[in-house]
Design a protein around this ligand. Structure first.
Ligand SMILES: Cc1cc2nc3c(=O)[nH]c(=O)nc-3n(C[C@H](O)[C@H](O)[C@H](O)COP(=O)(O)OP(=O)(O)OC[C@H]3O[C@@H](n4cnc5c(N)ncnc54)[C@H](O)[C@@H]3O)c2cc1C
Length: 283
């Protein structure tokens, strides 16, 4: 496993443990985090073995599907895995997280930043989590949009997730609806749901679970994942026009794994910040 991949895996492991804590904690009814089990199916054994290497010892109940298991699906797949993990439903989880941060004393100010050095006189350290727009603030040109489309349907009879690795199609039960998707369109900046993507998703998902065809669509959205070959989570010392050295900790470019890696990256940001203050105190 390559160095960056090993690091991402470690971030995912830390996050998994945190999501497990949130799912069993007192706020589980309101934080949008839940335990789910399900299937990843594919004809590509190499791809599934890669999934196994990446997280089989992080998730719960990981096992390979038998022919009997595979025969339960409407489509024919050559291989599959089963596991239990946690999902965090953004529309519920992020407002909860915001309130949690406020209750712990975090202050929120909304303001457009045109140059990171503008913050040098106000803050000791800046943590740059500007996602897809990070290229406006850094010389980094490696972040690109990877468009996704997601539909939420009312289908309470679906209790397991199914991910079809042959064509990146997923069906995943959320708190009140079932999420179905997706597309991965690189350098596509459209943020509206187009008919072609929507119809494609409905067709692919209905092939997996025919009952999806008649499930009412409750919501639909298109979003842009901040795609980068490897997420950037590191410290940089930048120099202000007046020559002052100023620390920025970058934390962006997580593509479609922003939640998956969130707690691990946050932990790394915190230790980079600690390191900086320790170094500073020795000067
Ligand atoms: C289609 C889609 C599917 C996804 N699927 C998954 C998934 O399966 N699993 C998973 O874990 N995650 C998933 N995600 C989540 C995804 O990984 C995160 O949305 C992504 O990492 C972006 O999060 P972020 O916090 O880095 O950036 P953002 O959420 O984009 O936040 C960046 C913030 O910085 C602000 N900002 C930017 N520039 C400036 C500036 N100059 N001045 C002031 N403010 C600025 C923006 O306004 C924004 O509030 C998905 C996202 C999408 C869009």
């Amino acid at each position: 496993m390559s160095g960056p991949r090993r690091v991402c895996r470690q971030w995912a492991k830390v996050s998994f443990e945190k999501f497990a804590e949130l799912a069993r904690g007192p706020d589980a009814a309101i934080n949008g985090v839940q335990m789910v089990s399900g299937f990843q199916l594919s004809d590509n054994l190499t791809w599934l073995k890669d999934q196994e290497a990446y997280y089989s010892d992080i998730v719960l109940n990981f096992r390979w599907l038998t022919d009997t298991d595979l025969s339960c699906f409407n489509q024919v797949y050559r291989h599959g895995i089963f596991y239990t993990t946690f999902t965090a439903e953004g529309q519920i989880y992020t407002p909860w997280l915001l309130e949690k941060a406020k209750s712990l004393g975090a202050k929120f100010v909304e303001r457009k930043i045109t140059d990171l050095t503008d913050l040098a006189n106000e803050y000791d350290v800046v943590i740059n989590c500007t996602g897809l727009r990070s290229a406006n603030l850094t010389p980094d040109r490696h972040v690109r949009p990877q468009r996704g489309v997601l539909l939420q349907v009312k289908a309470p009879w679906i209790k397991h997730f199914v991910y079809d690795g042959n064509d990146e199609t997923f069906i995943c039960p959320g708190v009140n609806t079932v999420h179905i998707g997706t597309v991965r369109q690189i350098d596509d900046w459209r943020t509206h749901v187009d008919d072609e993507s929507k119809e494609g998703i409905l067709k692919r998902c209905s092939n997996i679970l025919p009952s999806i065809k008649d499930a009412p669509i409750v919501k639909e959205w298109a979003g842009l994942r901040p795609y980068r070959m490897n997420p950037r989570c590191e410290r940089e010392i930048i120099t202000t026009p007046s020559g002052r050295k100023f620390p920025v900790i970058h934390n962006y470019g997580h593509g479609g794994n922003g939640f998956v890696m969130s707690w691990g990256c946050a932990q790394q940001v915190a230790s980079l910040m600690d390191e900086y203050f320790k170094e500073k105190s020795k000067l």
